[in-house]
Write a protein that binds this ligand. Structure first.
Ligand code: SF4
Length: 84
């Protein structure tokens, strides 16, 4: 299970610097950054290290198994960004 970003994300990008392997997109260097409402974690790349959680100022990142029930849809939403 990967970590997951939910819709309280404000795209501050602090998690991008914390992630050891670039699993979080879009960054401001990626095409379409302005058009995405939030950032997403690639479930194929995330190693579940948890480094992103503590740097998120809006507490928008969860281990998938700890997602609040009303945010369950964001497992699929994070994965979908990387299959576009
Ligand atoms: S848990 Fe680790 S690998 Fe996964 S997105 Fe966060 S910082 Fe990156």
């Amino acid at each position: 299970m990967a970590h997951v970003i939910v819709d309280t994300c404000t795209k501050d990008q602090l998690c991008v610097d914390a992630c050891p392997n670039g699993s979080i997109h879009p960054t401001s260097d990626d095409a379409g950054f302005e058009n995405e409402p939030q950032m997403y974690i690639n479930p194929e790349e995330c190693i579940d290290c948890g480094a992103c959680i503590s740097v998120c100022p809006t507490n928008s990142i969860y281990p998938a198994e700890e997602l609040p029930e009303d945010k369950a849809e964001f497992v699929a939403k994070n994965a979908a960004y990387f299959t576009k």
